[in-house]
Design a protein around this ligand. Structure first.
Ligand code: FAD
Length: 297
C-alpha cells in the first residue's frame, strides 16, 4: 500500500523535480553527453559479448534546422561505428527527424541516414513514439524497407490494440521488428491497460512474428516474457542469429548474464546526448522504485 502511494506520488511529481536531482540518476540510464561516451560504453559492452544500439537523445523537434543537426549526428554515429569497428547499430526517433512538423522532411532525413547505413553495411531502427505517429512511422518503414532491404527496422508496442493487425499488414515482406510493451501514456480506447493482457498480447505478437519469419528484437526486462520468449525460440527452432534480446542501459543487469549464459544474442540501447533530461524522467516515471534503491529506502 505504502509502496503504491510512493510510486504514484513519484510518477506524478517527477516532471517538477529539478534537473540537478535528475542528473544524479542519469548516470545509470545514459552513456553521457557526447558520442565518445557512447563509444566507450559500447566498447565495454562489446568486450562482454553484448551488442549495442546507439541513440542520439532528442525528440519532439519543431525546428527544421534542428532536425538536420540530428540527421547529421546520426550519420556521424554510423561512421564512427565503422571507424571504431564497433558491434553496434543506430536507433532514432521520428519526431527527432521532424515528423511533428513536416512528414516529407522527416522521411528525407531518415532516408539519408538509412542510405548511409547501407553504404556502411549497418542498420537503422526507427523507434516507435506515441500513437499519433504510429501509422506514419509504419508507412515510412514500409517505403524504406522496399528501397533498403536488410538495413532498416522498426518497433511495435504490445500495449496497442492495433499491433496484431499491424503484424499482418507488414508481413508481406521481410520484417525486422523490435517488440516492446510500449512506454507512452495512451487512452484505453487504443491501448490495453491491464499488465497481464499486455503480457499476453506480447507473447501472442511474438509468436505471430516468429510464424511470419520476422527477425525480432525481443525488448523487455520482464523475466516472465523472457521465459516465454525462450520457449518460443525453442519451439520454432530458431538459430541465435535469427533474433536477439534487447535491454535498456542500466536496467536488468542480472538478466543480462542469464541471457548470455544461454547463448542468446543481446543488444543494449545506449542513449547519449545533451537532451538526457526527458529520457531519464521517463525512465524514473516508469519505475519509481529506482529512486528508493538509490536513496537506500
Ligand atoms: P516491465 O514490466 O515494465 O518491467 C519488468 C522489470 O524490469 C521491472 O519489474 C523492473 O525490475 C525492470 N524495469 C523496467 N523498467 C525499469 C526502469 N525504468 N528502471 C529500473 N528497472 C526497470 N518503448 C516504446 O514505446 N517505443 C520504443 O521504441 C521503445 N524502445 C525500446 C528499446 C529497448 C531496447 C527496450 C528494452 C525498451 C524499449 N521501449 C520502447 C520501452 C518499453 O516499451 C518498456 O516501457 C520498457 O522496456 C519496460 O517494459 P518491460 O518489458 O521491461 O516490462
Amino acid at each position: 500500500m505504502l509502496n503504491n502511494i510512493f510510486n504514484f506520488t513519484i510518477s506524478n511529481t517527477i516532471d517538477y523535480v529539478p534537473e540537478q536531482i535528475i542528473d544524479f540518476f542519469s548516470k545509470k540510464y545514459v552513456a553521457g553527453t557526447s558520442l565518445s561516451d557512447a563509444v566507450k560504453t559500447t566498447v565495454d559492452l562489446n568486450s562482454k559479448g553484448i551488442m549495442s544500439t546507439i541513440d542520439v537523445l532528442g525528440e519532439s523537434v519543431y525546428n527544421e534546422d534542428q532536425t538536420i543537426f540530428f540527421r547529421n549526428e546520426c550519420i556521424k554515429v554510423l561512421e564512427t561505428i565503422k571507424k571504431e569497428s564497433l558491434n553496434a547499430n543506430l536507433s532514432l526517433k521520428p519526431t527527432q527527424m521532424g515528423l511533428a512538423i513536416n512528414k516529407a522532411l522527416c522521411y528525407e532525413n531518415i532516408r539519408k541516414i538509412v542510405k548511409r547505413a547501407k553504404e556502411l553495411d549497418n542498420f537503422v531502427r526507427i523507434d516507435m513514439e506515441n500513437s499519433p505517429y504510429t501509422s506514419d512511422t509504419l508507412k515510412m518503414y514500409k517505403l524504406l524497407r522496399e528501397e533498403f532491404p536488410g538495413h532498416v527496422g522498426t518497433v511495435l508496442q504490445a500495449y496497442l490494440r492495433r499491433t496484431v493487425d499491424d503484424i499482418d499488414k507488414l508481413s508481406d515482406k521481410d520484417l525486422n521488428i523490435r517488440l516492446c510493451k510500449g512506454i507512452y501514456m495512451e487512452s484505453y480506447k487504443i491501448a490495453y491497460k491491464n499488465p497481464e493482457i499486455i503480457n499476453e498480447n506480447y507473447i501472442y505478437c511474438l509468436e505471430k512474428l516468429f510464424e511470419n519469419k520476422a527477425y525480432v528484437g525481443i525488448a523487455t526486462h520482464d523475466e516472465k516474457l523472457i521465459f516465454h520468449a525462450m520457449k518460443l525460440i525453442r519451439k520454432y527452432n530458431l538459430q541465435p542469429n535469427e533474433y536477439e534480446f534487447q535491454m535498456l542501459l542500466g536496467i536488468g543487469e542480472k538478466l543480462r548474464d542469464f541471457i548470455l549464459a544461454k547463448k542468446h544474442r543481446l543488444r543494449i540501447y545506449v542513449p547519449y546526448g545533451k537532451e538526457w533530461l526527458s529520457y531519464v524522467r521517463r525512465r524514473l516515471k516508469e519505475n519509481p522504485n529506482i529512486i528508493k534503491t538509490a536513496l537506500g529506502l
